[in-house]
Design a protein around this ligand. Structure first.
Ligand code: PMP
Length: 439
């Protein structure tokens, strides 16, 4: 393959690295709903890159905004100074923030990624409690199967054991509450169940003492664990328990933010307002790396003006409010608004559900889950070789011109919100064919 570069030096993310090296797949260009690989093959993007390219690829408006900003001012610090575009972008995002009054999440802290947003939110939570005179609240409760990025903060509260197996000392003063929602309480044809799992938070509060707990962090819909949906009423119950005990509720909306479920945020979709939301990915349509923590006015004001707010605390990144990322983000938000993309997943959700459930009864399929424009097809694992069957389906789909994501034996889907109905049909038929071929 004449266009293949040397493969030794780029130390790729560890997962399945060997499998890639054995059969390299290199994406070289992207436009609209499609990638093109180095051999010139077109590949339909069923995953919006990595759950991030919500408005589709190759947006000229974003490219032009980035180019303009680079030519005007490539970088400026946000320490003891600022620049207009960071404030403009924060105001633009704030206009979409959920919540009312002091619970409104319109105080924005900019980061460079989802993992940094998580670290930031965890630190704000503990610092906020201290600033309001609750300095014993230093613990954060995460969740079984939770994914919150790969920073030390994120793996401390994350519930995917492989992500922290070799760092046993890390979750020291943190803990997870053992929530194991088995598949989907919203799944078609399944009875609502699992709400009682929220009571586990009550159990942990009683066990450790509310006065030791600063916050609880959950993905409103777990993405990386394989698209696990919350039982009906579950998030409401978490909110009520957190309120009763002075614990902050943090939604990790890195995947669900920016229209993935048909509303700006999952908080809007479920009608449950957290105290903070962590975001990244779709904030710049996956172009320039960026993240943001949306904090409530209550949290912001408590941390900045609480009775003990003078505690020395430094937090911020070189790239907090990076002007080029803000320019990309502003253009992205304009596209979302102009094309009503933040509600489009809701308009397509019924067709999406119907199409995905057409895979029921196909070889190896044991469960199908969907919410907004997210989907998961769970396969029966091969005896003695978990994960290999879904991986084979992923490779087969790739060679037939469709990009999906695999996690374990689950095929996850989250196409750009610009997808057309014919492309939904192509996704389903390509997966159906791959399932037929899969041993
Ligand atoms: N939180 C969630 C819920 C995520 O899905 C991800 C990334 N998939 C992250 C945090 C980490 O984001 P990043 O990879 O940008 O650090």
């Amino acid at each position: 393959r004449p266009n293949m570069p040397p493969l030794e030096n780029f130390w790729m993310p560890f997962t399945a690295n060997r499998q890639f090296k054995a059969a390299p797949r290199l994406l070289a260009a992207a436009d609209g709903m499609y990638y093109t690989d180095i051999d010139g093959n077109r590949i339909l993007d069923g995953t919006a890159g990595l759950w991030c390219v919500n408005a589709g690829h190759g947006r000229r408006k974003i490219a032009a905004a980035v180019e303009r900003q680079l030519a005007t001012m490539d970088f400026a610090p946000t320490f003891q100074m600022g620049h207009p575009i960071a404030f403009e972008f924060a105001a633009k995002l704030a206009a979409h923030a959920p919540g009312e009054g002091q619970a409104r999440l319109d105080r924005l802290f900019f980061t460079g990624s989802g993992s940094e947003s998580v670290d930031t939110a965890l630190k704000i939570a503990i610092a906020y409690q201290r600033a309001i005179g609750q300095g014993t609240r230093t613990r954060i409760i995460g969740r079984e199967k939770g994914y919150h990025g790969v920073g030390f903060g994120g793996i401390s509260v994350g519930g995917l054991v492989n992500n922290r197996r070799v760092f046993p000392q890390i979750p020291a003063d943190h803990m997870r509450h053992t929530l194991d929602i088995d598949r989907n309480a919203y799944s078609r044809g399944m009875p609502a169940h699992g709400l009682e799992l929220a009571e586990d938070l009550e159990r942990l509060v009683a066990l450790h003492g509310a006065e030791t707990i600063a916050a609880v962090i959950v993905e409103p819909m777990s993405g990386s664990a394989g698209v696990i949906l919350p039982p009906k009423g579950y998030l409401e119950r978490l909110r009520a328990i957190a309120d009763a005990h002075g614990i902050l509720l943090i939604f990790d909306e890195v995947i669900t933010g920016f229209g993935r479920l048909g509303t700006p945020f999952a908080a809007d979709y479920f009608g449950v307002i957290p105290d903070m939301m962590t975001t990244a990915k779709g904030i710049t349509n996956g172009t320039i790396p960026m993240g943001a923590v949306f904090a409530s006015r209550k949290v912001h004001d408590g941390l900045m003006h609480g009775p003990e707010h003078q505690i020395e605390l430094f937090h911020g990144y070189t790239y907090s409010g990076h002007p080029v990322a803000c320019a990309a983000g502003l253009a992205t938000m304009e596209i979302y608004e102009e094309e009503s993309l933040l509600s489009r997943a809701g308009e397509l959700a019924a067709d999406w559900e119907e199409a995905l459930h057409g895979l029921k009864g196909h070889p190896h399929v044991v469960d199908i889950r969907n919410l907004g424009l997210v989907g998961a097809i769970e396969l029966a694992p091969r005896a003695g070789a978990p994960g290999t069957r879904a991986y084979d389906v992923f490779v087969d789909c790739f060679h037939k011109g469709l990009l999906v994501r695999v996690t374990g034996d689950i095929i996850a889907l989250s196409p750009p919100l610009t997808i057309e109905k014919e492309q939904i049909a192509t996704i389903v038929s390509t997966i159906a064919d791959a399932l037929k071929r899969a041993a």
